[in-house]
Write a protein that binds this ligand. Sequence first.
Ligand SMILES: C[S@@+](CC[C@H](N)C(=O)[O-])C[C@H]1O[C@@H](n2cnc3c(N)ncnc32)[C@H](O)[C@@H]1O
Length: 204
Amino acid sequence: MSGTPKSEFETRNAADPAFWDERFAQDFTPWDAHGVPAEFEAFAAALAPRPTLVPGCGNGWEAGWLHARGWPVTAIDFSAKAVASARRALGAAAVVVREADFFAFTPEPRCELIYERAFLCALPPALRESYAERVAALLPPGGLLAGYFYIGETRGGPPFAMPQADLDDLLGADFALLEDRPSASPLPIFSGGQERWQLWRRGP
Ligand SMILES: C[S@@+](CC[C@H](N)C(=O)[O-])C[C@H]1O[C@@H](n2cnc3c(N)ncnc32)[C@H](O)[C@@H]1O
């Protein structure tokens, strides 16, 4: 099972790749859905393939699923252990996984969809503004930011919940919220708040 650490963790700073390396090395990945969440599958199945970025991909199940359906997708993670784990997990789709820091990575070609799951809530809150700036910079007008957002009162983390009003403040200047509903199958790690499926469209 991916929920019980074998020993105490040494790293506490989620902005440090070593934090995530240590957890992947111990197979402590309680955020991992081990598959493609229902809302995302239905959403993507209804779209034409388009260049897609999956930041903080972890095991990257969704990227593998998109790749198998002919989507041009790039999945990045700054943890070498996460990248190695994804490459083991994804078989032929391992080619889509790259070791890279989201804040320093520019996909080629430009992405038109960014898939979010358990990435924003994995970042220390001090990095949220940088996240919002980066997703706005990477997407063209009409580009989509779709996925799962962890809504709730701000407490410790990761996962770091945030109130919907804070997320609106963060993304509202550059994006319009088109869809918003509870995830049909949130994992226990998200039980302290609410994991919500949301679709945001980049404005002009
Ligand atoms: C909670 S995990 C979620 C993984 C995956 N999205 C999922 O749903 O299973 C967060 C991931 O984000 C990665 N990460 C954190 N900060 C990052 C950054 N600046 N650039 C790239 N990856 C990052 C971590 O290494 C970790 O694999």
